[in-house]
Design a protein around this ligand. Structure first.
Ligand SMILES: [Zn+2]
Ligand SMILES: [Zn+2]
Length: 204
């Protein structure tokens, strides 16, 4: 547990998320180029066939009134799109699509787990409940991240140890460091980070 904790607190989320975005972009490019290379020629084939069918159905529409039902049906069949030939996938197509889906899920899975790891490490860092935020992120992903962010915003961070403290606290409950002090002149409550007193303007 301590080993995992040590590794997680050392993680660099910015670098990690940049790498993940890079992976996603490379995946999209490969998927796009691969799809065009593999199915591009067939798409133009489909377009051509659709064009032919549209043209003939226009002609048919004009002849429709004159022709008998039976003849008409036969006529239509000749110009229907040969979907079976175009849509039927070969083994290599299945392998290609399968690989794309697999890589997509792998990237998504790594992203999902990485976000959870980030939330857990951040929770440890600020002294929040890593279990609650970790599980929430594992189930809801970004909603969990938003909850942790909100939780941090609703607290003060101790300037010495970095743990979250209630807004009312004057001293850190973890290390005892002062978070708020009283102004010697006007007795206003001032954060130790402030340069000037917000009650009287005294330089702290
Ligand atoms: Zn502290
Ligand atoms: Zn003051």
């Amino acid at each position: 547990m301590d080993q995992i904790k040590g590794k997680l607190t050392k993680m660099n989320p910015r670098k990690g998320f940049c790498n993940l975005i890079l992976c996603a972009v490379i995946f999209c490019i490969i998927a796009g180029v691969g799809t065009i290379a593999k199915f591009g020629s067939r798409i133009s084939e489909i377009r051509q066939q659709i064009q032919t069918v549209e043209n003939t159905s226009e002609e048919q529409g004009q002849n429709l009134v004159r022709e008998k039902d039976g003849e008409n049906k036969e006529h239509q069949k000749d110009h229907e799109i040969d979907w079976e030939n175009i849509v039927t996938l070969q083994t290599s197509d299945y392998v290609f699509i399968g690989c794309l889906i697999a890589v997509f899920w792998i990237i998504l899975g790594i992203y999902w787990l990485y976000t959870t790891a980030y939330v857990v490490s951040k929770s440890w860092e600020v002294g929040a409940n890593a279990w609650i935020f970790g599980v929430l992120t594992l189930i809801t992903n970004l909603f969990g991240v938003a909850c942790l962010w909100l939780y941090i915003k609703l607290h003060h961070i101790c300037p010495k140890c970095g743990k979250l403290q209630p807004r009312k606290a004057n001293n850190c409950a973890f290390c005892g460091a002062a978070i708020y002090v009283k102004c010697p002149d006007c007795a206003s409550r001032i954060s130790v980070k402030d340069t000037y007193c917000n009650g009287c303007g005294r330089k702290m």
